[in-house]
Design a protein around this ligand. Structure first.
Ligand code: TYD
Ligand code: MG
Length: 455
C-alpha cells in the first residue's frame, strides 16, 4: 500500500484539488470542498486492471455485437431506458430519499427473475428480512432473486464472481466501501473508487448493474453528480412527496435518447405503470376555469398533454411576485413581457404564478402559446374553451412560430377528446388531413388571444 495522501474534493461534482478552494472550478458551486485522506495503491506494470487489452484497430474493422436488451416486464421502465436494459451496462438511479428507488428496482428485479435470470440484490441499507417483507407486499419474491445485505466492496465483488447474475442492484452506492481505502464510506474518493471497481466487474461479467445514488444536500456524503460521467445511463426518479405519481426521467443515456420519461403511481402494492399519462394528467382538470389551459409537449417519442395553470392577480408589492413551477422562470418572464408589449395586457402591477400540474417539467418551446393563453386567461378572468389545445412557440415580436411533430400532438389531443387546436399558421398545411380536428391556425399571439378569449 502506498503512502497516505489527502486531497480536497468537491462533494457536488467530485473535482479534486490539492488545496481547499472556496469556489469549485468544476461546477462553480461555493463552499463544497471537503478534505479526504486516502492511500493510493502503488501503480503496477503496464495494462494492469484491464484484463483484455485491446490494440487500436481501424474503425471500419470493428465488429458489432448486437446484444439483446433485457426486458423487465415494466414497459415504462424499459422505454425510459431506450427499449430495455443493455447487458453489461451500468445505470445510476438517483432520487430523494423515500421516493421509491428501492421499490422500483425490486420490482424490476422481480420482472427479470420471473424470466429465469439469476439476480443479485445487494443492500447496504436494509436487512434481508426487511427486503423480503417489502418483496411480499410487491409480490416480487422469487427464488432466482438472491439477497445480500453487504457493504464491503471486496465481498460484493466476490459474490458477483460466484453468483454471475444477469443483473445486479447495489442499493445504495454511498453505503459501499473499500476497506483498503482509509476514507469513510460515502466520501467522494470511496464512492468514486468503489463505482469504478463495480463498473469494471459489470463490464467484464456482462451483467447489467443498477446503482442507487441518494441525492444529498449536505456535504457528508458524495452526491450522484460525482458518478454521472462514469456510468452509461443516469435515471432520475422524481415526484412530489404528497402525491402518488412518480416520474422516471433519463438524464444521460449512452444507448438511447434522454428525453423519454416513464410515469408511475405509488400504490399499496408498489409502483404501477401509467400507460396513458396524458389521460392521467388531464382528467382531473377543473372545467371552465380561467387560467387553466392544456398544452401538448413531446416527451421523447410520445406527445404528453399536460395542464398549465396560472394565477394573475393585482399585486400590493412594489416589485410584483413571479413564480414558476415546472417551467423555466425566465421563459415565463419573457412570455409576460411579450403579452404586455405585443398584446397590450397591462401586467406590470400583477403577481403571476404559473404551475404545471402533475410535477411534470416542460422544457419545449412548443408550450409557449399555451403558457401565454393561460396567463392571459387568468388576467382577463375568462376561461379558455374546455376542448382547446395549444401548440406553438411564441417569438419576441409576438409571432407564433412553427414547431415539430404538430400532427402527432394533434392526434393525441383528438384521442383524448380535444376538438379545437390552436396551431402555428405555418403548420396548417401539414395538419390539414387529421380527422376530428378543428384547426385554428394563428400567426400572432394577439390573434390567438382574440379568437380564444375574445376582445
Ligand atoms: P423506497 O423504495 O424505500 O424509497 P427509496 O429507496 O427511494 O428511499 O420507498 C419508500 C416509500 O414508498 C415509503 O414512503 C412507502 C412507500 N411505499 C408505498 O407506498 N407502497 C409500497 O408498496 C412500498 C413498497 C412503498
Ligand atoms: Mg431505499
Amino acid at each position: 500500500m502506498g503512502k497516505a495522501t489527502s486531497s480536497f474534493f468537491c462533494h457536488e461534482c467530485g473535482y479534486e484539488s490539492p488545496r481547499w478552494m472556496g469556489k469549485c472550478p468544476g461546477c462553480l458551486a461555493w463552499n463544497t470542498f471537503v478534505e479526504e485522506r486516502y492511500s493510493k495503491k502503488e501503480r503496477k506494470g503496464r495494462g494492469e486492471g484491464t484484463r483484455n487489452p485491446a490494440a487500436p484497430c481501424p474503425i471500419t474493422a470493428v465488429k458489432g455485437e448486437q446484444e439483446e436488451r433485457l426486458l423487465t416486464g415494466m414497459g415504462e421502465f424499459d422505454r425510459t431506458l431506450g427499449g430495455g436494459v443493455m447487458p453489461a451496462s451500468v445505470v445510476l438511479l438517483t432520487g430523494d430519499p423515500g421516493i421509491g428507488k428501492s421499490t422500483l428496482l425490486l420490482q424490476v428485479c422481480a420482472g427479470l427473475a420471473r424470466q429465469g435470470y439469476p439476480l443479485l440484490y445487494i443492500s447496504g441499507e436494509e436487512s434481508a428480512y426487511q427486503i423480503k417483507l417489502r418483496g411480499e407486499r410487491l409480490k416480487a419474491c422469487h427464488p432466482n432473486l438472491l439477497l445480500a445485505p453487504e457493504t464491503d466492496l471486496s465481498l460484493i465483488l466476490e459474490y458477483l464472481e460466484k453468483v454471475r447474475p444477469r443483473a445486479v442492484v447495489v442499493d445504495s452506492i454511498q453505503t459501499v466501501s473499500d476497506p483498503a481505502l482509509t476514507s469513510s464510506a460515502g466520501s467522494v474518493s470511496q464512492v468514486r473508487d468503489c463505482t469504478a471497481s463495480l463498473i469494471r466487474a459489470a463490464k467484464e461479467g456482462g451483467m447489467a448493474m443498477f446503482l442507487v445514488g441518494h441525492v444529498t444536500k449536505e456535504g457528508l456524503i458524495a452526491g450522484p453528480k460525482v458518478l454521472e460521467h462514469m456510468v452509461d445511463c443516469v435515471l432520475s426518479f422524481e415526484g412530489e412527496r404528497h402525491h402518488s405519481y412518480r416520474i422516471l426521467r433519463t438524464v444521460k443515456n449512452r444507448f438511447g435518447t434522454t428525453s423519454e420519461i416513464g410515469v408511475f403511481t405509488m400504490e399499496e402494492e408498489g409502483l404501477r405503470e401509467v400507460a396513458n399519462p396524458s389521460e392521467f394528467f388531464v382528467t382531473q382538470r377543473p372545467a371552465h376555469t380561467a387560467g387553466s389551459v392544456v398544452v401538448a409537449s413531446m416527451e421523447g417519442t410520445r406527445p404528453l398533454l399536460v395542464e398549465v395553470q396560472s394565477l394573475v392577480a393585482q399585486s400590493r408589492l412594489p416589485a410584483p411576485r413571479r413564480m414558476a413551477t415546472g417551467l423555466d422562470y425566465n421563459r415565463v418572464a419573457l412570455i409576460l413581457a411579450v403579452l404586455e408589449k405585443r398584446a397590450g395586457l397591462y401586467l406590470q402591477d400583477h403577481d403571476a404564478f404559473v404551475k404545471v400540474v402533475g410535477g411534470v417539467r416542460l422544457e419545449e418551446p412548443a408550450v409557449d402559446l399555451g403558457l401565454a393563453l393561460s396567463l392571459a386567461s387568468s388576467f382577463k378572468n375568462r376561461p379558455a374553451g374546455g376542448q382547446d389545445l395549444f401548440i406553438g412557440e411564441v417569438g419576441l415580436t409576438g409571432e407564433i412560430r412553427s414547431v415539430n411533430r404538430v400532427q402527432e400532438r394533434i392526434r393525441e389531443g383528438v384521442r383524448l377528446g380535444f376538438c379545437r387546436f390552436f396551431i402555428p399558421a405555418a403548420a396548417a398545411d401539414k395538419a390539414a388531413k387529421i380527422q376530428g380536428a378543428c384547426l385554428v391556425p394563428v400567426a400572432t399571439l394577439e390573434e390567438a388571444l382574440e379568437i380564444c378569449l375574445g376582445r
